[in-house]
Ligand binder design. Structure first.
Ligand code: HEM
Length: 205
């Protein structure tokens, strides 16, 4: 029980990230009778299973990415942070993004990635997420020391490219851009110091 009390933050993130995966896997037909074959309905119109899969995986990828980048602004404003929650959010971002790309690879093939600018932009974001995903643990943090922080700053490029990908596709990008934009304004040293000073001042009895 003590374990749950101490770790409830990242446990909630993990459950929230995993639950929709069950729905996604329910939409995919996995056939093991003749080797591994994965198929989904590619019917016409925006209601096809494939469109739904792009929608669900893409939305969760951008939501987790926005949330993980909101951790620092949240800390600046409220003074609350938790490394494990942040790491769980980072891993959720990468898993949903990779799944989004894997579905594209299964449906269209790798070469198709180079047929549209927005896919290439998405691919660069995915490539950035790979080292971030594999170093999202305490061991890598200790091993890379200052290099780890530098590596993490690449997440700014990943969110920029992901938002660009969604904006070019003309999907819902504005809400995420506003949240991420506000986060970057809060990080500006002059604003950040004022907010921290205000918080510590108002916490005094
Ligand atoms: C190689 C990388 C990627 C490829 C090939 C790709 C491909 C696609 C495709 C085919 C769609 C559906 C377009 C449509 O319905 O017209 C889509 C939508 C979307 N993608 Fe990606 N994507 C990639 C990377 C990413 C990344 C890294 C993110 C965010 C972290 C992302 C977020 C989204 C979102 C939010 C949507 C809109 C979903 C909707 O509302 O329908 N994508 N992507």
């Amino acid at each position: 029980m003590n374990f749950v009390k101490r770790n409830y933050g990242w446990i909630i993130v993990t459950i929230l990230a995993i639950l929709p995966l069950i729905i996604v896997f329910g939409m995919i037909n996995i056939d093991l009778s003749d080797g591994l074959s994965i198929t989904f309905d590619k019917g016409p119109g925006s209601e096809s299973t494939l469109d739904m899969l792009y929608h669900v995986t893409g939305e969760f990828a951008i939501r987790w990415m926005t949330l993980v980048l909101s951790c620092t602004p949240f800390f600046i404003i409220f003074g609350v942070t938790n490394l494990y929650v942040r790491q769980a959010m980072g891993i959720s971002t990468a898993i949903w993004s990779f799944l989004h790309f894997i579905i594209f690879l299964l449906a269209e093939g790798f070469i198709e990635t180079f047929t549209q600018v927005n896919y290439v932009v998405g691919l660069i974001a995915i490539l950035i997420l790979i080292p971030l995903f594999f170093t999202s643990n305490r061991k890598s943090m200790k091993r890379l020391r200052t290099g780890w922080k530098k590596l993490q700053t690449f997440s700014y490029a990943a969110i920029f490219l992901s938002l660009l990908h969604v904006a070019i596709l003309d999907k819902a990008w504005l809400f995420y851009t506003i949240i991420v934009g506000l986060g970057f304004i809060i990080r500006i040293p002059a604003i950040k110091h004022k907010l921290i000073a205000f918080r510590t001042q108002s916490a005094k009895p």
